[in-house]
Write a protein that binds this ligand. Structure first.
Ligand SMILES: *Cc1c(COP(=O)(O)O)cnc(C)c1O
Length: 388
């Protein structure tokens, strides 16, 4: 009887059950929300429950999500934060003043923008380098000797798929740790820790929750005994960027359907990318699932089960045409963010300006779970008035 090992479940099965069983006390198949911020002690001043002291420290729902994500990532440990940026900030703060950070260029603008301000304030050297050319990125890594390397794969909005394994190897040689922001892939398409990354970060605000109604972030580690992890754990425990119980509940509810949503989102995205690439009003489509994307071969090797739900579309005739196309979309909503069940379009140049080299004629699409024909009809109608 001692040999009865737990069967290894596929990610979809783990997710469908929210990583949990039934509540032994009531038989409830979903966990309760715990709103209490403080927990009582008995007459001998002992905590009634050792694992319940104060709401900021810990929470059963938070723990359940952390365990579920750790299992999906193949991680030694995971911490849930109040937002993706809080997760990134905790990771970045592992670097002390006087240190160096190497970050991939052309990534999520919120990360780049905050990193520039933080590093300037904290006296940290920040080096930004393109990760599409692995050899050159690794050269920069070895030359600059950073203590932290941050890459985002696939990247937003260029959909560059950085080659994690050789970057992790180069980092290890100079004693740097590698953090991968894998928000656009989710743990279903890519597991960076198995490729040698030290930390993997997600904005759970995006596909993990999937319903555009929760802000959340995650950091997972390969080595729970590392100094970096000890710092990040303390940061989450003491620095206050904790998710509310209500939001944790919504996140766990969203996670239950992640596998289904990702399947549909990736399938829809592939259909749209191929159709848009062939459209006469479109100059080009950046989607790693297309054979002509510079990262296609790398994506094929590193992503499993789909090429993601994000793409950037370059509209013929410049920025005014791109904005006009966005303005004519009826089903696809004009809004920032990504990974929700509803498709969204964004004109990144309006937000970033000329600072990051995002072209004016670029529209970034986050593809949702709608019917693909409806999405395509919406895009086709919006593109129709453009003179070719
Ligand atoms: C949205 C996003 C973030 C920031 O996450 P928030 O939850 O909005 O704080 C970080 N990285 C990537 C790739 C993102 O898309």
């Amino acid at each position: 009887m001692s040999e009865t090992s737990k069967p290894t479940l596929h990610p979809a099965s783990l997710l469908a059950h929210g990583g949990g069983g039934v509540d032994p006390a009531t038989g409830a198949v979903v966990p309760p929300i715990q709103p209490a911020t403080t927990f009582a002690r008995d007459a001998n001043y002992r905590l009634i429950s050792d694992s319940h002291l104060y709401g900021r420290d810990d929470n059963d729902l938070v723990r359940q999500i952390e365990n579920l994500i750790a299992e999906l990532e193949g991680a030694a440990d995971t911490r849930l934060f109040a937002s993706g940026m809080a997760a990134i900030a905790a990771t970045v703060r592992t670097v002390k003043p006087g240190g160096t950070i190497l970050v991939q260029s052309g990534i999520y603008w919120g990360t780049t923008s905050w990193l520039r301000k933080h590093c300037d304030h904290a006296g940290i050297a920040l080096i930004e380098a393109d990760a599409a050319d692995t050899a050159r990125f690794c050269e920069t890594l070895v030359e600059s000797g950073p203590s932290l390397v941050i890459i985002e794969t696939p990247s937003n909005p260029w959909l560059t798929v950085a080659d994690i394994a050789p970057i992790a190897e180069a980092a290890q040689a100079v004693g740097a740790i590698v953090a991968v922001d894998a928000t656009a892939a989710t743990p279903l398409l890519m597991r960076p820790l198995s490729l040698g990354a030290d930390l993997v970060i997600h904005s759970a605000t995006k596909a993990l929750n999937g319903h555009s109604d929760v802000l959340a972030g995650l950091v997972s580690c390969r080595d729970a005994d590392s100094d970096a992890w000890s710092f990040i754990r303390t940061e989450r425990h003491d620095a206050g960027a904790i998710i509310s119980s209500f939001d944790a509940y919504l996140l766990l509810r969203g996670l239950r359907t992640l596998a289904l949503r990702m399947e549909r989102m990736c399938a829809n995205a592939q259909v749209l990318a191929e159709a848009l690439a062939a459209h006469p009003a479109v100059e080009g489509v950046l989607y790693p699932g297309l054979a002509d994307h510079p990262s296609h071969a790398q994506a094929k090797a590193q992503l499993h089960g789909g090429y993601g739900y994000l793409m950037s579309v370059l509209i013929k005739g410049g920025g005014a045409n791109a904005l006009a196309v966005a303005g004519r979309l009826a089903l696809i909503k004009r809004a920032t963010s990504l990974g929700g069940v509803e498709s969204l379009v964004e004109h990144r140049h309006t937000i970033e300006g000329d600072a990051t080299g995002v072209p004016e004629n670029m529209l970034r699409l986050s593809v949702g779970i709608e019917n693909a024909d409806d999405l395509l009809a919406d895009l086709t109608a919006a593109l129709a008035p453009i003179r070719r």
